[in-house]
Structure formats: C-alpha cells, structure tokens
Ligand binder design. Structure first.
Ligand code: TEU
Length: 520
C-alpha cells in the first residue's frame, strides 16, 4: 500500500493579504482579528490552507516585506495573542496556516541592521553586505534594485555601501554568515513551535549572491519603458547553489515538525526552477512557485505548450503547483475579462499540481484604476506610469453592499473595486451563477475526484483556441475542455458533462463561447 499523499499535494492554498481582508479596529487597514472573523469564507470556499502575507512589525516601506522583528506582530495587525486565536480558529475549521517568511532582507529599522550600520567593527557588521566603493568611487558593482535604481546605498557614517535587492529600506542579509543562518532558522522555529503549518518563502532564489559579487551581464533585449531591473541579467545576484543548500536545510528542519510545507517564491525557467526541489535524498522546498499562468499570454496554443513543458519538467520526487494571482500580479479578471476568468478558474483547479488562489479572484475582481494621489506601492511610486504598480491587486475585499463594503468603518487604505456594490461576497452568495459559486463547485469537485487532485495529466488533440487534457487516477478518467476564445468551437465530445463554466446546459458536440467543461 502506498502512503496517502500529504495535504499540500491534494490541497488548495488561498493567499490572504492582511491589509486588505477585513478591518476590525476602524483604521482602514485589515488586521488579524479580521482574518479570524472571516476564515469561514475560506473554509466555505473549500480551500485547505491560507498563506498570510507578512504581518510582522514593519515600517511598511514595502507593506510588510520590510521586517523589523521576525517574531512579532505589527500593532496595526494586532498582537501575538490575536495570532494565536487566528491559528486556533483556522485549525478548528480544518485550515492550515502558512506564514510569509522574508529571508533575503530585513527592514533598515531592524535592530540587527541598526547595529550593523553603527560601526565597521560592530559584531553584526557582517550580518549584512557591506563593501567599499568601486574603483571609480561609485557602487561596488553594477547591480540594479528590483524596484529600480542602484542596488547599493552609500552609508556616510561608516564610509561603505550596503546591498539591497529591493528598497534601500530593505538591506540584504548576509546568508554566508552562519550567525545569520542560525538567527533566521530560530525565527522559523519560533513560528513552527507555535503551530504554523509552513511558510511561503519570499524571493528565495535571491538569498545568496555569487562569491566576489561580480557585475551582472547586460541584457541585450532591454528597451526604454521596461522596468529598470531588466537592464541586467541577474546571473550573479540570484539562483546560487548555496541558496539551494540552505533550502534543503530549511526542509530538514520543517520535516522535523511533521507534515509542514515550504513554498519557495522563485521566478525561473523550468529547468532551473526544478533544481529547487533538490534531490530525492536531499529535497529542497516542497513547492517552488510556478508563475507561468501569470506570465504567459492568454493563448490556447501557447499555454498548452507551457503546461506540457512544465508538467514534464517536475522531477519524480517533486510535485507541481500553479499560481494565477497574487498581491504582486495584475488581477486575472482584469487581464482577460470576467468570462475568460471563469475558464481560467477551471484551468487552475484542474491542472496537476497544488493551486494557489489569491483573495478576491474568487469573486472576479477585475481592473481597478488607482488615482495617482492614492498610489501607495513603492514600485509604482519609483517608476510611475509604466504599468507595474501593484496597488490594483491589493484593494480591500468587498464583503457586502453596506458602506465601504463592510471592509472597514473608516476610509479604506486603498480604494475598493469600482463595482463593489454589486461585486461583493454577499451578492455572489445569493447568485448561483456567480464566480464565487463556480469556485466552490470547482474546489468541491477537486476534493471529490482523486483524478483532479492527484491524477496524471495528458494533453489531448484539440482545435485551435481550445486547451484539452485528461486527468487519470486508477480507473478514473476526467476530460477538461477549455475554450479560450469568444467564439463557438465544434469539438466532438462524448462522455458526461459534470461541470460547465456557463450556467446553462452544455451543447453536445461544441464548446460555447468562453466555455470550460469537465467531462466524466
Ligand atoms: O516579490 C518578489 C518579486 O519578484 C517582485 O519584485 C515581483 O517581481 C514584482 O512584485 C512584480 O510586480 C516579493 C513580494 O511578493 C513582494 O511583494 C515584495 O515587494 C518583494 O518580494 C520584496 O520583498
């Protein structure tokens, strides 16, 4: 008998952005008590785990991805007791809880960095990456911050530069220093000991830099109007073997706690992504995030190839996963429209691999225009107007049609989706044809059918505009047909339709415009 597959293979992860879930203390910003109060929404949806974006003490230069204390809760969000209540409630509902662990950088307000910058001889100097100026008196190398501009900031007091892959308020930790490794692993243990079920690990492929910090090669494809970061290829600043060794060390620690899961946030092509699974003997993270549904154009032919190539690239000891939205990525319904977003939901929830859903996508929040005066995202503020702002994906959850959509009693920190009076959780609850009900049906089906949760994936021949595949597990066979176009496409399907993305009965021998079908 084979061992039952672990929950994180069968399950579905739901990402919560704490600032924007529910505000219970009237400051216009969501909090932990708000998450606790609305976890039943996630449980009813049918997800298995929540991943919470950071809620640690932070000056919020990057909205929590600048951590000033890895073992606390920012007062904006509550306190440790509020976290413990949230965790207990989640476990009562059968939901696992993953925290966001941010190892590449701390806040410049973290006491470690304050000490490190206090003098060249401070015991924590080497906890961060300090260097003398380059030969021309400028930065030590040509690296560019992911948010634009140089990745080095000059420190007048001690006469050296420090490295930051993101904002200057986010100095990179030096993971080549064993004291840093020990301190950060202790922080992970702090939460594992409290009962959390794992971590999503922020920019995991960034944490170690090549020895000697050589210049990165120039990207010949960069052109004006594209983000500054992409002027260079991040060959020496990311994806180092030493970082994968650290991932294996995290894995050994997590496995020591039983069935915990580590999700690595990594942006790499298939062959390089696959290396983050480690080996069967020495595994790396359980799930190196796969962002291809976000990155690829919405085209059946292209996506069909991408899915097949990714599925084939996952090593036998690994397990695939799929992401279609996040607090960093444009909203799927904004990108492809609501009708296709329903097809996208069916795709995400019928592929082989653990899906990650992003809050608000289950009600189809689409494009939100953020007026320049309300822009908050540092990425937008530093490179305005080129369409890389992340605020539109971070707008508050609209719960019902009452003032401020019952998100808060104060003005929300970001505007709501403009159609919140009709597009909110309560309204969709009452509409059996809504996106919310479609998501629930898809999640329920995935839970019921091992072919969907665990089965193998096989591409099927399909007419242009259609993605078709079969999922197989034991004797069970399910066929998925997805029409990525707004036209009717004849396709000779037989078998029994068990779910359509459209509300009315399927039409034998065809896919209707914007229709996805699951057949048994
Ligand atoms: O994002 C990492 C990352 O690669 C982003 O820079 C991404 O390319 C960009 O947001 C796309 O628009 C993680 C977090 O998810 C993000 O919110 C943080 O700002 C970043 O790390 C730094 O911690």
């Amino acid at each position: 008998m084979t061992a039952p597959s672990p929950w994180w293979q069968r399950g579905v992860i739901y990402q919560i952005y704490p600032r924007s879930f529910l505000d219970t203390d009237g400051d216009g910003i969501g909090d932990l008590a708000g998450i606790e109060a609305r976890l039943d929404h996630v449980a009813r949806l049918g997800a298995d785990a929540v991943w919470l974006s950071p809620f640690y003490p932070s000056p919020m230069a990057d909205f929590g991805y600048d951590v000033a204390d890895y073992c606390g809760v920012d007062p904006i969000f509550g306190d440790l007791a509020a976290f413990d209540r949230l965790l207990a409630r989640a476990h009562d509902l059968g939901l696992r809880v993953l925290l966001d662990f941010v190892p590449n950088h701390s806040s410049d307000r973290h006491p470690w960095f304050q000490e490190s910058r206090s003098s060249r001889t401070n015991a924590k100097r080497d906890w961060y990456i300090w260097r003398d100026p380059g030969p021309d008196g400028g930065p030590p190398n040509n690296w560019i911050s992911d948010f634009g501009g140089p990745a080095w900031t000059w420190d007048e007091a001690t006469g050296q530069y420090y490295l930051h892959a993101f904002l200057k308020e986010q100095p990179d930790l030096n993971w080549r220093n064993p004291e840093v490794v020990a301190a950060m692993m202790a922080a992970m243990r702090f939460w594992l000991d409290r009962g959390v079920d794992g971590f999503r690990i922020d920019v995991l492929w960034h944490i170690v830099k090549a020895e000697g910090l050589p210049d990165n090669p120039v990207n010949p494809d960069w052109r004006e109007g594209v983000r500054d970061r992409d002027r260079l290829i991040q060959r020496h600043s990311t994806d180092q073997p030493e970082a994968r060794a650290l991932a294996a060390q995290f894995r050994r620690m997590a496995d020591g706690y039983g069935e915990r899961v580590l999700v690595g946030e990594i942006f790499l092509p298939n062959e390089r992504l696959a290396r983050w699974y480690g080996t069967a003997e020495e595994p790396g993270v359980h799930l190196p995030f796969n962002f291809q549904l976000i990155e690829q154009p919405w085209d059946a032919h292209r996506l069909g190839d991408v899915i097949a190539a990714y599925d084939a690239s996952v090593p036998a000891h690994g397990w695939p996963n799929w992401v279609m939205g996040s607090h960093d990525a444009p909203r799927i319904a904004g990108r492809i429209g609501e009708a296709q977003a329903r097809v996208a939901a069916m795709l995400l929830l019928t592929l082989r691999g653990t899906p990650t859903l992003y809050q608000g996508d289950e009600i189809g929040i689409g494009r939100v225009e953020i007026p320049a005066t309300r822009a908050r995202d540092p990425q937008e503020l530093r490179q305005p107007g080129i369409g890389i702002g992340r605020d539109p994906s971070r707008t508050p959850m609209p719960w019902d049609g009452s003032p401020d959509a019952a998100f808060s009693t104060a003005e929300p920190w970001l505007p709501l989706n403009p159609d919140w009076r009709t597009r909110n959780v309560a309204a969709q609850e009452h509409d059996p044809g809504s996106m919310l009900h479609l998501y629930r049906k898809l999640l329920a089906l995935r839970r019921d059918r091992p072919a969907l949760a665990l089965g193998s994936w096989h591409a099927l021949e399909a007419p242009s505009g259609v993605i078709a595949y079969e999922r197989r597990h034991g004797d069970e066979r399910l066929t998925v047909l997805l029409n990525l176009t707004a036209g009717r496409i004849a396709i000779p399907w037989r078998a029994d339709p068990i779910l359509s993305t459209l509300a009315t009965d399927p039409e034998p021998g065809a896919l209707r415009p914007d229709e996805g079908l699951i057949l048994a």
